[in-house]
Design a protein around this ligand. Structure first.
Ligand code: GLP
Length: 261
């Protein structure tokens, strides 16, 4: 894993946006895996700025989101579909039929999940998968105990996750108990993974992901087996890392062209 520690969220998000931009400019189509949650919002805002002010075009971009709640209509304000439209899709020139999210209202869930995986394959696979991390080390909605080889499927959300997402629903009781999520095996097939984590509340999960044993108890730790994962942290999220100083020195000593800046 390449661990990059930036001063704060702002610098980390801008660096993340530059990495996404490189992929968009290099590939036709550029197949992006996208994440929701608060973490990538600043990165999306920077992509919108690049589109408006610097002419970054999303015409050849195809997107697949990690997950979606079950039982919400796509226009429910807390659905990940609505969140993505508000944060990114409505503000750039991406084709509507090039943006994909799992169907949280599918009547035949296994069939819908298999179809989602098939769509990703037909698009040629994901070049860059954006990720955040939950307090318990989950990525997408792969809660602790998820098979490390899991594929897109329905998952029951844990209490901690329901509480963490309650704000968007006006109370924990309103948060859907189930979601459709890409599996860990699905995520591991992305060519590059780019995970962002900010704040003290993520420090424990970040340590488990980077320096803990590979275990279904900390699902993100599977990324230790991924050949090209970049993790961008702020100082607080990095605060429990045993080899923190090493990561800082290693990145600082890289030649400029390897630093994505
Ligand atoms: C949810 C999402 C994840 C996200 C996580 C952390 O569980 N399914 O994709 O990474 O929340 O969210 P936040 O970035 O708001 O901390």
């Amino acid at each position: 894993m390449e661990v990059i520690i930036k001063q704060g969220q702002e610098q980390a998000s801008l660096l993340g946006a530059r990495i996404v931009r490189n992929v968009i400019e290099r590939w036709r189509p550029a197949v992006l895996g996208l994440a929701t949650g608060a973490t990538p919002l600043r990165l999306y805002a920077e992509l919108v700025r690049m589109h408006r002010e610097e002419g970054l075009s999303f015409r050849d971009v195809v997107t697949f989101n990690l997950d979606e709640y079950c039982g919400l209509s796509p226009d429910h304000p807390a659905s990940y579909h609505a969140v993505m439209c508000k944060a990114l899709f409505d503000h750039v020139d991406v084709a509507q039929d090039a943006t994909h999210l799992p169907d949280g209202n599918a009547t035949n869930v296994p069939e819908a999940c298999a179809a989602y995986e098939q769509l990703i394959r037909e698009a040629g696979g994901i070049r860059l998968q954006l990720l955040g991390i939950g307090h318990d080390g989950h990525i997408a909605f792969n809660e602790p105990g998820s098979s490390l080889a899991s594929r897109t499927r329905i998952k029951t959300l844990m209490n901690d996750t329901l509480h963490a997402n309650a704000g968007a629903f006006g109370g924990v009781e309103q948060v859907p108990r189930h979601a459709i999520t890409m599996g860990l095996g699905t995520i591991m097939e992305a060519e590059t993974c780019l995970l962002l984590a900010f704040g003290k509340s993520k420090a424990h999960a970040v340590r488990g992901m980077i320096e803990g044993p590979v275990s279904a108890s900390c699902p993100s730790s599977i990324l230790q087996h991924h050949p090209k994962t970049i993790v961008i942290l702020d100082h607080e999220a990095a605060s429990l890392l045993e080899h923190r100083q090493y990561y800082l020195d290693a990145y600082a000593s890289k030649p400029e062209w390897q630093r994505f800046e």
